[in-house]
Write a protein that binds this ligand. Sequence first.
Ligand code: A3P
Length: 447
Amino acid sequence: MISELGPASEDESASNGSVSEILAALQAAPHPQRAGLLASYLRTQVGHVLYLSADAVPMTQDLMTLGLDSLMIMEVIAGVSKDLKIKLYPREVFERPTIEALSEYIALEFDRDASAAGDASTPGDLSQPGGLRAHPNTWRKPARRIPGIVFLLSSPRSGSTLLRVMMAGHPDLFCPPELHLLPFSTMSEREQTLGATYLDEGLQRALMELSGSDAAATREVVCGLVERGAPIQEVYALLQERAGSRLLVDKSPTYAIDRENLEHAEELFEGAKYVHLVRHPYAVIESFVRTRMDKMLGLASQNPFFLAERIWTDTNRNTLEFSAAVGPQRSHLILYEDLVKDPRRTATDLCAFLGIPFHEALLRPYEGRRMTEGIHAQSLPIGDPNFHNHVGIDAALGEAWKRVRAPRALSPATVQLATEFGYELSRENSPSNAPADSFAAIEEGRL
Ligand code: A3P
């Protein structure tokens, strides 16, 4: 499972096929010894960023009190990703801020495998905190609705970063990374939920782009908005004002997990348009588990397979029903598989829906400034961490679902919905298919 847990990136696995010393040692070690190996590895890594010797890094002291800050954490995470082939998220470190806790945690993560996949008894409780959930109790209806926005809705791992970056090239659109605004009533509420994650950085990245200022200056702007508890609608209005004649696009793979969020959009905006991006559930679930999205979203105690499926189904069911309610003038469905197979056609239809002319830049997502990097050199990219492992729109990924061997059958609700989108479900339709050991048993190579 060690090598399966989440290839840090295809680049790294492919270009640097070698296994680091620490990874080889961990693979060879029996489980009880792994935490010890990890502890000495982590002490060296943390010592390196703090300019301390490994011996001077204590096992049980809170690393933040030693001066470890969020940028240093990013550096440690980058090292872990390269050496251990595990994609850790900052939240995981903030929640276990000692060497002892972190090394025990990573050792356990090595064992997190398909054993969970067959355990459908683990309920998919999505009510934990995180950027996912709507906070409708605190919403206050604004005095007036404001015009001019497009929401790009999808489940995570549906190709939403690709579509966002394609749209970001259009001169009539302003399409920044994930803003994570809609679930909240005010900026202070948003800060309380997202403060310890890096999910709040998309807004800052958007402001950097609009003002030409650096991370520090835009942090001040965000802090000012947080301090005075600025209403979320005001923040949208600020972005719109700075974007000038460009239409604001708010891309989010988490909003539609709650139907309330979509209703909130209708309360804040007049005539909002909604783009619904859907991808085959096999591909989404496999990618979600491999990239450890549950950890990023702070839903770590969940069975990741079950959780991924629940999110796919809830998100797409909510969006489908909501789209039917707002009607075809304001909602537009895109299948990821069509997007990558025939991007020109899909983008042309999208532009027609948005009422803007088609632009060739939509087809060249890796050219020009598209806000694909984080706010600091060390920051995680906001959105798909694997986006830069590609150099163009990769049509082959539209077929990725065919190579996924699902470890457990999808629920009837998922099957029903996938069928409504026209997706083929080889496992469900072929009872003789023996269950695979895990998603990670997917063909060696790209996946
Ligand atoms: P994987 O990297 O697991 O394959 P999202 O942005 O919604 O999180 O979706 C991420 C997925 O988008 C990626 O998942 C990948 O399949 C797809 N994707 C990213 N860049 C792409 C590209 N250039 N061409 C085609 N698909 C891409």
